[in-house]
Design a protein around this ligand. Structure first.
Ligand code: PMP
Length: 326
């Protein structure tokens, strides 16, 4: 990142430095959790000197869906939102792995819980960003005593900020109990997802993942993995209900999400998954996934939005050329 450039964000109709974007303490979204958001990653490709946003359009389509659920009017199209994000990254001078957090929120400063008849606002932040959880070693996960929120109580399909208290209960319980991550069951006792990740389980050569009616966030990484499993690894994928104890007897288990990327699981409730190490399928999937997100696979370049109009070659290479031409 260019040290002299401040991080810029889009905030309530204009572009301002991040430290100038402030809301009042009575903001409805702060009182009642009435906001929705996205997390979008940008991957820097050293060789191309380019930063690529991964599946940004799909993230903004989901922000539109979440906004609809919350009775909000997101007035920019997904394509416009992608361009606004690229503009912020360019003007903030970010030439490294990055993260963008857009959010639509109920901005009225009023007391009174409801969804309608309130002012909505949009913000988009960008920042340099590395790994969210350690993905180089298998995770030890525990099934949470907290149940996943139900579609008729708090729809997991929409990425609603208030709903993340459910994730926070599960994540803190897991960490305080010595696990790396939680897996939540839904109210019928079936496997739903991690605190901020979808889940894939390998049994007898077939990958299984809970279907979209199992109180999950319809993850974009989940869709990416389904495509890569089928098209690149030739592994069939089935969306179906998963029992808790299937997690104890499966051959491989992994969690996935924009933040977590592809995180292999080594044990569930102290029972080793497979031999307790990183499974073969997870390892192959990680390798192709990182090639794809970094813009190294032409077949999947349509998922990668180039951010910069001026690509930047690595400083070392520039120096080498300068010396050689003397
Ligand atoms: N489930 C939950 C609850 C999440 O917060 C996330 C992260 N956005 C995911 C799944 C994974 O979704 P995605 O792959 O779209 O990031």
């Amino acid at each position: 990142m260019d040290k002299q450039l401040p991080l810029l964000c889009y905030f309530e109709g204009g572009v301002v430095p991040l430290n100038e974007a402030k809301v009042g303490i009575l903001t409805h979204a702060l009182s009642y959790g009435t906001a929705c958001f996205e997390g979008i990653r940008g991957y820097y490709n050293e060789k191309h000197g380019q930063l690529y946003l991964f599946r940004a359009r799909e993230h903004y389509e989901r922000l539109h869906e979440s906004s609809r659920v919350l009775i909000m009017n997101l007035k920019f199209s997904p394509d416009e939102l992608v361009e606004m994000t690229c503009d912020l990254l360019r003007r903030s001078g970010i030439y490294e792995d990055a993260y963008s957090r857009p959010s639509m929120y109920k901005a009225s400063e009023v007391i009174g819980v409801r969804l309608h008849d309130l002012k909505d606002e949009l913000y988009i932040t960008v920042q340099p960003f590395g790994n969210y959880i350690d993905i180089d070693r298998p995770l030890n996960v525990g099934v949470s005593s907290w149940k996943r929120i139900d579609d008729n109580a708090m729809p997991a399909r929409a990425k609603i900020t208030g709903a993340y208290v459910n994730s926070a209960f599960a994540k803190s319980e897991a960490l305080l109990n010595g696990y790396d991550e939680a897996i939540m069951l839904d109210n019928s006792g079936h496997v739903s997802e991690g605190s901020a990740e979808n889940l894939f389980m390998l049994r007898n050569g077939v990958m299984h993942t809970p279907s979209v009616t199992e109180n999950i966030l319809e993850g974009i990484t989940r869709l990416t993995i389904m495509t890569l499993l089928r098209e690149e690894l030739g592994i069939p994928v089935v969306e179906r209900t998963i029992d808790r104890t299937e997690l104890y007897v499966c051959d491989e288990l992994l969690l996935c999400g924009t933040g977590a990327q592809i995180a292999p699981v080594g044990s569930v409730d102290h029972r080793p998954v497979g031999n307790g190490g990183v499974g073969e399928v997870a390892r192959r999937l990680q390798s192709i996934y990182f090639d794809v997100v970094r813009g190294n696979v032409p077949k999947y370049m349509h998922w990668c939005t180039p951010v910069h109009t001026e690509v930047r070659r690595p400083a070392k290479a520039e120096h080498a050329v300068a010396v050689a031409s003397k």
